[in-house]
Design a binder for this molecule. Structure first.
Ligand SMILES: C[S@@+](CC[C@H](N)C(=O)[O-])C[C@H]1O[C@@H](n2cnc3c(N)ncnc32)[C@H](O)[C@@H]1O
Length: 264
């Protein structure tokens, strides 16, 4: 089932042709539009990144390392035991939707790219997932809807820093009492990305990405340090345990302070 929440699309024409420096917020919005365009165009080649194929193939040793580390995260997700009504944000092609499904009584998967959602639906082939096409900076669940588990894979690093607090506050408002969050994201590691991508300084927040056909797009990409991220989340009222694999991944499990889950 696919619901469309993009009835009021962001209008890019508004900023077309502007040559003067845009105020920060408008510039951020433009990069977010470009980022979504990038993922829409990349949908059919997206899994090459996860499977270490094509431009992401760094040779057998690094491929084996990647899969070993991915397996650490997958094991951690199973140990976390997602449960109940699960909401997956920026679900993409379904790499994680598939992992969440066995734990869910209901699974809602949101993404801004209908191309990604179509691949996700084809991968799972099950009608019980509710797919929602929506811009996550605008979408809100229906007023009464709350989720026991909220999951996002490789989404946090794509949030511009100035949207970070707002994002976590809305996630808190979507969680059921004693609800929990699990996320996984990238560590700063050159061999994680395509051979023709340049990994900029760690402090950069916008970087250039390329498709197989060499089209280029800007995306937000923030490489957090574990301690820094834990501190930010604590300041926003969350309790998080964040782990890192040897090279590639960072993953976190948490809940809102004052709304401790039964097993905390
Ligand atoms: C790095 S991919 C992660 C996909 C998936 N979670 C995974 O781990 O494979 C980022 C996802 O965010 C989606 N996305 C980008 N901008 C978005 C927006 N403004 N609203 C909703 N989804 C967006 C893209 O379509 C893409 O599927």
């Amino acid at each position: 089932m696919l619901q469309d929440f993009t009835a009021e699309p962001l209008r890019r024409s508004k900023f077309d042709g502007m040559t003067e420096r845009l105020p920060q917020e408008k510039e951020t919005s433009l990069v977010l539009l470009e980022q979504l365009d990038y993922y829409r165009a990349r949908a059919t080649e997206y899994d090459q990144w996860w499977l270490r194929q094509g431009r992401y193939d760094r040779g057998p040793a690094l491929k084996a390392q990647w899969f070993a580390e991915a397996s650490v995260v997958q094991t951690a997700l199973v140990a976390f035991r997602p449960e109940g009504r699960i909401l997956e944000l920026a679900c993409g092609t379904g790499i994680w939707t598939e992992q969440l499904l066995p734990f869910a009584t209901e699974l809602t998967a949101v993404d801004g790219s209908r191309e990604m959602l179509a691949i996700n639906a084809a991968r799972l082939g099950l009608p019980m997932v509710r797919y929602i096409e929506a811009d996550l900076f605008r979408w809100r669940p229906a007023a009464e809807e709350r989720y026991d588990t909220i999951f996002f894979g490789f989404w946090l690093s794509h949030l511009p820093p100035e949207r970070f607090a707002q994002f976590w506050n809305v996630v808190a408002s979507w969680l059921a009492p004693r609800g929990r969050v699990f996320f996984v994201d990238s560590r700063y590691q050159e061999t994680s990305t395509a051979v023709d991508h340049i990994l900029p300084e760690r402090s950069a927040t916008v970087l250039q990405r390329r498709l197989n056909d060499r089209r280029e797009f800007r995306v937000d990409k923030i490489f957090y340090e574990r301690d820094e991220l834990t501190r930010h989340l604590t300041e926003l009222g969350w309790s998080f345990e964040i782990e890192e694999t040897t090279n590639y991944f960072m993953y976190g499990m948490g809940y809102r302070m004052g709304r401790e889950p039964d097993n905390a």
